[in-house]
Design a protein around this ligand. Structure first.
Ligand SMILES: NC(=O)c1ccc[n+]([C@@H]2O[C@H](COP(=O)([O-])OP(=O)(O)OC[C@H]3O[C@@H](n4cnc5c(N)ncnc54)[C@H](O)[C@@H]3O)[C@@H](O)[C@H]2O)c1
Length: 271
């Protein structure tokens, strides 16, 4: 292994690339030398990310619309990637739903007793089934070729339960509740990761999870302060805090690692 992990000559797909962290995963992989496909629901958003990251990092980029819950759409993403950039070496399953509620009645709608079954089903469909579909389509080809690295983005909430007091304002009013769907789906992602690591390992495909902690992204100050108090390192993550972890898992720097969950959370889950 070289001292600096390199992805030179590798092809990577990042799902959810138009979101907060997806774009950063694209930047990290592109800076490490990979050609990167930015995949998300909206074609124009994907094109913009691909253009901006390509210009910023001097990398070959492609923006491709995909719905990860639709096997035909994922097959099309895979086919376009192969014809434009070549075989896929790295798949970052980053797309996910984390419920958002209208501020006016967020606490009532997100309360477990009221939480809509349809929301639960949709979160599992995207966060778990979507990850399954991408792993099945793209991972199967990696296994045929005998090489590949899959990074499934989970969360601290796949490991520990949400502390609902974090979402309570200083005046004692609950702004919202973190839903059951998110931790349930992220724990399932960890289970799928271990299953696939065991299944694909003999054929040279590594499958690991990355569990980020909360990222500072313009949340209310009271929330940021409460979250920071829960974190041994005393702050929320910045959006670039996962660059190193993504490149590490994608590259040969982690060649002897599979089925692991790389927790990058400032220590949120240690207590
Ligand atoms: N932001 C955080 O604090 C945080 C913390 C822990 C884990 N995570 C995880 O990191 C990942 C990225 O989070 P984020 O904050 O960037 O989220 P985000 O909401 O900003 O981005 C998610 C992206 O996924 C896309 N997406 C949703 N459904 C899709 C579908 N069916 N097909 C294709 N794309 C779809 C959305 O369009 C969106 O652009 C997620 O897996 C999330 O659970 C985030």
């Amino acid at each position: 292994m070289n001292d600096t992990p390199s992805l030179s000559g590798k092809v990577a797909i990042v799902t959810g690339a138009a979101g907060l962290l997806g774009r950063e995963h694209c930047v990290a992989l592109a800076r490490a030398g990979a050609s990167v496909v930015a995949a998300d629901l909206d074609q124009e958003a994907c094109r913009r990310v691909a253009e901006a990251v390509g210009a910023e990092c001097g990398a070959r980029m492609l923006g491709v619309a995909v719905d990860i819950t639709d096997p035909a759409s994922v097959a099309e993403l895979h086919a376009r990637t192969r014809s434009s950039l070549g075989e896929v070496d790295v798949l970052v399953n980053n797309a996910a739903i984390d419920d958002k509620f209208a501020a006016s009645d967020a606490a009532e709608q997100s309360r477990f007793e009221n939480y809509a079954l349809e929301r639960f089903r949709r979160s599992l469909d995207v966060n778990v089934t979507g990850t399954f579909v991408c792993c099945q389509s793209i991972g199967a080809r990696m296994a045929e070729r005998g090489t590949g690295s899959i990074v499934n983005v989970a969360s601290t909430y796949g490991i520990v339960a949400p502390d609902q007091s974090l979402y309570r304002r200083p005046d004692g009013v609950q702004a919202f509740f973190k839903s059951a769907a998110y931790p349930t789906s992220k724990a399932a992602v960890l289970g799928l990761t271990r299953f696939l690591a065991a299944y694909f390992g003999p054929r040279g495909v590594r499958v690991n999870a990355l569990s980020p902690g909360g990222v500072e992204a313009g949340q209310d100050e009271w929330f940021q302060a409460a979250y920071a108090r829960r974190v041994p390192l005393g702050r929320m993550a910045t959006r670039t805090d996962y660059h190193g972890a993504v490149v590490f898992l994608a590259s040969d720097a982690s060649a002897y690692m599979t089925g692991a969950n790389l927790v990058v959370d400032g220590g949120f889950t240690v207590w």
